[in-house]
Design a protein. Structure first.
Lengths: 500, 467
């Protein structure tokens, strides 16, 4: 289940009943919804500009939050939207942190500290629908649940070890008393199976942090989770959305569910424990300021993360926000192992945009040698399955003239997906209205950033309305592109080209 | 395998076996062309270049199949050794008949003292002479050879078992050769696929020329294995038809290698063999014959009575006269004592012969039973575990390939391993069936060995007057 399904249901119910929510988090969202419910949006840019809160503008020094633009001057504070604020106010508090497909770890106040209970345990996680994999994580999840605190909190994390071997937990980046550092046997005795250990310290930091086991192969086996420390004072400019994505790599053989943590090459790639197209898109409203925090917790591989359609500012890394003078604009950021990078940008370009690692082999799952019946015009693997005791003969030659060209075929063929698989992929609200063929292009370390005009955002995220495949994308083309030159996907494309 | 699969499997097997009986194929198999320089991307391969082609089909009508019962029937009617064995029996019966026949009387014309007193003689007339055999010698002689005929009958049964067992053994061997041919064809298809896959990998930069050469050589090796399998089908069929004793047109055999026999226990099998082995029965019958021989030689010393008499005319006085003579041999020096001892020695030897045959049967059974039980263990393990596991591995690898998680070369490896083990199972089943046939058939085989006569090796002849 995506991480915040309950809150999404609440929002849809709220909208349907037309009532105001009471919490601070709900107020801002509800406030926006109220405005839009009372004044249905046409999606028109001028209409949108007119509906902005009074404390923000549509345009800043030549940079527009409504359309792709640069700004008038690279030295301007608003160049590429650098300091263009989000639609929410600082005094409304931090935007809710959302790690798609992950839960938050609850806490209670006890003896002057926020007390969390973290359980290190074996976990089965569905990387793709129908592909449950055996890894280790926390509290039934991999990555583990997000620990969210505020700068200045005293926190107490009781770690319960339900693994069959010793473990420790390291609080990556925190400057804390050394006995709580969790650096395996360097700073503490290991936590034995069935035992607990209490980590307690004051958090003077703010920023993007994470926790992980400090037993090497357990790290490779998946044990990591977000630890987000909100600043005492919300950073300026405030963001409307705050997403966290943890990138991991695994090696899992065919017909196997257990990750080989000793492998030196990886064939399964996950974002928050899901592989594309099972990664849940980041859905934002057109014009919002968005923060995306990305952590690379692969065993040994760095990831050049690329965002389509937008230029972002790198505003921080693991452990600290960068001073504004050090912010760098780019669209591809190399994130090394155990590093995090924080991107901020104005979502001014409506559409469904890929957000992915640009390493070729990370843009697919369980890649195998591309030979055999899949690339032959006169064979299908089902012919072999029809009779296991007598296999079909093979034509020694190839009818396809492409084989006269060295290197053919480079395009993956025969990537069919079962009905149950597609049903699971399409079951999430976040994907409603995307092009029918989108699952064929988002694989491995890939997810999607969806920038939706208000009305489409409401339709997708805050209603139960049945949305035909491709309809939201086509509407965006109609409003912001050229529908005369746009072709819908064909049935053949929806079946992945040739066959299996 | 479903019934439909069986009939498809059989039809394919028949077509392969028909090809096996075509003209020698080695000269027709084209050489695989060498790899061109610069790679294979531009090579346009054809079936003729890469694929082994079977020879011309047998021209005799639609393929039919021979069954085991047909073969046994023909062998019973035509195998020459069975006829030989029957002639041994009839020959021995003839001996018995001859041995029991009463001696013929002798009729003589006698002229005595011819010229006495200037006459024709003192006796001119006819005499008749008859030997009267005493002490039942003739009946004992007949009894002895009748007993020998029983030996010959048991030996005829031995020959029948040899022939029938051999027909069964070679029928099973030919069925096995047919199954091997089908499986070798499966392996050839995978080898062809492997070469094609290597070329696809080469075009993607994932294989090199070394890989292509190796795949080509592997294909050639599998082609040769297929040819060898065809040759073996031909060989086994001709061996079978030689046992049957008729010239049979080449046709496939119909049957299954699977055995539905209950488990054979060694002690039970040993008891079965000891109680019913025709070799042992023949030896025991010979022992009875030797006992009769001793009795026969023991009465040989009792003289027969020879009576002769006749009438005639005495021409010296013109009287009608008659004469009569009765004579016996007086057993003073020769009471047949040496021959009796020979007969006794032969009887004692035959007692040991019976024991020897019992030991030989045990010795043979030990070998066959080891073959049987080892084959049964293999067959059972392959049937219950090894083949289902490998079939599952192959199926899973195919499904995994379909889900884009497995590589095609790994699927080919799975198919090859599954088929190699099926080949081994064919050998296991042949071993098992052969052992069962021999144990059930009193361990007898070699149906073209000449039928033996009732006189066993080492027999001591009772010769009355050795010279």
């Amino acid at each position: 289940m995506p991480a915040n399904d309950d809150s999404k249901r609440d929002r849809r119910e709220f909208l349907q009943h037309g009532l105001m929510a009471a919490t601070a988090l709900a107020v801002s969202e509800a406030g926006l919804r109220q405005v839009r419910a009372e004044e249905p949006s046409t999606g028109d840019a001028s209409d949108f500009a007119a509906r902005l809160p009074p404390h923000v503008r549509a345009e800043y020094d030549g940079f527009s939050r409504l359309r792709p633009s640069r700004g008038n001057d690279p030295d301007s504070d608003f160049y590429l939207g650098k300091l263009v604020p989000g639609l929410r106010k600082i005094e409304e508090g931090p935007a809710p942190f959302v790690a798609p497909d992950l839960e938050k770890l609850p806490h209670e106040f006890k003896n002057g500290a926020k007390e969390f209970h973290l359980v290190a345990q074996p976990v089965t996680r569905e990387f793709l629908p129908g592909y449950p994999m055996n890894v280790w994580g926390f509290n039934g999840s991999i990555p583990g649940p997000t620990i969210e605190v505020t700068q200045g909190d005293r926190i107490r994390i009781v770690v319960h070890n339900e693994l069959p071997e010793d473990t420790t937990v390291h609080w990556h980046g925190f400057e804390l008393p050394v006995q709580y550092d969790g650096a395996s046997v360097l700073t503490q005795n290991p936590i034995k199976p069935g035992k607990t250990f209490v980590y307690e310290f004051d958090v003077h930091e703010e920023g993007t942090y994470f926790y992980h086991t400090h037993v090497a192969m357990q790290e490779a086996f998946g044990m990591v989770g977000w630890m987000i420390v909100h600043p005492r004072t919300v950073f300026d400019p405030p963001v409307d959305r705050d997403f966290g994505l943890i990138f991991q790599n695994f090696h899992i053989k065919a017909n196997q569910t257990i990750s080989d943590s000793w492998a030196m090459d990886w064939n399964w790639h996950t974002i928050n424990g899901r592989s594309g197209p099972f990664t849940t898109p980041l859905v934002v409203r057109h014009g919002e300021r968005v923060r995306v925090r990305i952590l690379d917790f692969s065993p040994m591989q760095h990831h050049p993360i690329h965002m389509h359609g937008h230029t972002f500012w790198v505003t921080g890394h693991e452990g600290a926000r960068s001073p504004k003078s050090a912010w760098i604009p780019r669209n591809t950021e190399l994130i090394a192992v155990a590093q995090a990078s924080v991107f901020e940008f104005i979502a001014n370009n409506p559409g469904d945009w890929m957000l992915h690692c640009h390493m070729t082999h990370h843009m697919m799952n369980h890649m195998v040698k591309h030979v055999g019946p899949r690339i032959r015009t006169d064979e299908h693997v089902d012919q072999f399955l029809a009779n296991l005791d007598s296999r079909p003969s093979v034509n020694p030659g190839h009818d396809d003239p492409g084989f006269l060209v060295p290197g053919y075929p480079q395009k993956m063929q025969g990537m069919t997906m079962s009905e149950e698989f597609m049903k699971a992929i399409w079951s999430r609200r976040e994907v409603q209205g995307m092009r029918a063929t989108w699952p064929m292009s988002v694989m491995g370390l890939m997810t999607t950033l969806r920038v939706l005009p208000d009305d489409l955002f409401e339709k997708v995220m805050n209603s139960d309305e049945q949305i035909p495949k491709g309809s939201v994308f086509e509407e965006i083309i109609a409003r912001f592109g050229d529908p005369n030159t746009y072709d819908k996907p064909s049935m053949n494309m929806m079946h992945g080209g040739r066959k299996g | 395998m479903s019934v439909q699969d069986l009939s498809l499997h059989r039809a394919f097997a028949i077509s392969l076996v028909m090809a096996a009986f075509a003209a020698p194929l080695a000269a027709q198999v084209p050489l695989v062309p060498p790899a061109p320089e610069g790679g294979f991307a531009q090579e346009a391969t054809t079936i003729e270049e890469l694929r082994w082609s079977p020879g011309p089909r047998n021209q005799i009508g639609e393929p039919e199949a021979y069954t085991l019962s047909m073969m046994l029937e023909w062998a019973a009617a035509n195998n020459p050794t069975l006829r030989q064995a029957r002639f041994q029996v009839s020959g021995t019966l003839a001996q018995a008949q001859q041995a029991g026949l009463y001696p013929n009387p002798t009729l003589s014309y006698v002229g005595d003292n011819i010229g006495s007193d200037g006459t024709a003689g003192e006796f001119q007339g006819a005499e008749i002479r008859q030997r009267f055999v005493t002490k039942g010698k003739l009946s004992l002689s007949r009894e002895k050879y009748l007993q020998r005929a029983q030996v010959a009958e048991h030996l005829a049964v031995v020959q029948q078992f040899k022939v029938c067992n051999d027909v069964r053994l070679h029928f099973v061997a030919t069925l096995a050769a047919q199954d091997v041919l089908v499986l070798r064809s499966e392996l050839l298809k995978t080898s062809e696929d492997r070469l094609k896959t290597s070329k696809e990998l080469y075009n993607l930069g994932q294989a090199n020329k070394v890989d292509i050469h190796r795949a080509t050589a592997d294909l050639r090796r599998h082609q040769l294995e297929l040819l060898a399998a065809e040759n073996r089908v031909r060989q086994q069929f001709f061996r079978l038809s030689s046992l049957v004793g008729v010239e049979l047109p080449a046709r496939p055999l119909e049957g299954t290698l699977a055995s539905d026999r209950q488990l054979i226990d060694f002690e039970t099998a040993y008891g079965y063999v000891l109680s019913g082995s025709p070799e042992l029965l023949a030896a025991q019958a010979k022992l009875r014959e030797d006992s009769i021989t001793v009795r026969r030689e023991s009465v040989q010393w009792v003289p027969d009575i020879v009576v002769s008499g006749g009438t005639g005319r005495n021409f010296t006085n013109n009287d009608a006269v008659a004469n009569v003579q009765v004579s016996i041999d007086v057993p003073l020096f020769d009471r047949n004592q040496g021959t009796i001892r020979q007969a006794q020695a032969d009887q004692s030897r035959q007692q040991q012969e019976v024991r020897r045959i019992e030991m030989i049967l045990k010795n043979r059974l030990a070998d066959r039973y080891e073959q049987y039980i080892s084959a049964l263990q293999q067959v059972t393990s392959y049937e219950e575990d090894i083949l289902p596991e490998l079939k599952a591995a192959y199926e899973i690898s195919l499904k995994s390939y379909r889900a884009n998680r497995e590589e095609w070369p790994t699927v080919l490896d799975s198919h090859q391993e599954y088929t190699m083990r099926r080949l081994e199972q064919v050998q296991n089943l042949q071993q098992l069936r052969s052992a069962e046939i021999l144990i059930d058939g009193y361990l007898l085989h070699d149906g073209l060995e000449a039928a033996s006569n009732p006189t066993p090796p080492g027999h001591i002849d009772s010769t009355p007057k050795p010279r």
